[in-house]
Design a protein around this ligand. Structure first.
Ligand SMILES: [Zn+2]
Length: 164
């Protein structure tokens, strides 16, 4: 199964113009397959003071940052039983699927290069592909650093801290 994008995330909500109202009402209505679906929000005290808002999964009622639609049903990743990558070490949440997949591709290329099989031209091609993948990995990680910064702004904004 390919990567599934979340239908609703707290990060996106916090960026929307409806955020002040959502924050006040602690509920948001989203259209899922053309049907209005209510999602409640819950607060959790932040370790730095103030409260952080989370989406409540409609199935397990746990606090989540993202909810997904599978077969027209809105729930969290865990409830949908969305598949984890076989390499748990790599997919423990620190790295995105995109990054993990590319690391696997590099590993496979290196395994092929380690064997005596491929001829000179093929080896050159494999090495080129490996280099390209590593470049893409660098780009992807740089992009994620930007997103991490956005998440930090969100956290600071939610607890009312002005950024420097
Ligand atoms: Zn759930």
């Amino acid at each position: 199964m390919s990567t599934l994008h979340p239908a609703i995330t707290i990060t996106d909500l916090a960026k929307s113009s409806a955020w002040p109202a959502i924050k006040k009402e602690r509920v948001v209505t989203v259209a899922i397959d053309g049907k209005n679906t209510r999602v409640e929000l819950a607060t959790c005290p932040s370790p730095v003071g103030g409260d952080l808002l989370y989406l409540l999964c409609r199935k397990c009622h746990h606090r989540r940052r993202e909810l997904f639609v599978v077969d027209g049903e809105l729930a969290c990743k865990k409830c949908h039983g969305l598949p984890l990558h076989p390499d748990h070490q790599l997919s423990s949440g620190r790295f995105s699927q995109k990054v993990v997949r590319k690391v696997w591709q590099v590993r496979r290329l290196e395994a092929r290069l380690a064997k005596p099989g491929p001829d000179k031209n093929t080896r050159r091609r494999l090495r080129r592909r490996r280099r390209r993948l590593l470049d893409k990995l660098k780009q992807e990680l740089a992009r994620q650093r930007h997103e991490a910064r956005d998440d930090l702004s969100l956290l600071l904004g939610q607890v009312g801290i002005q950024e420097l």
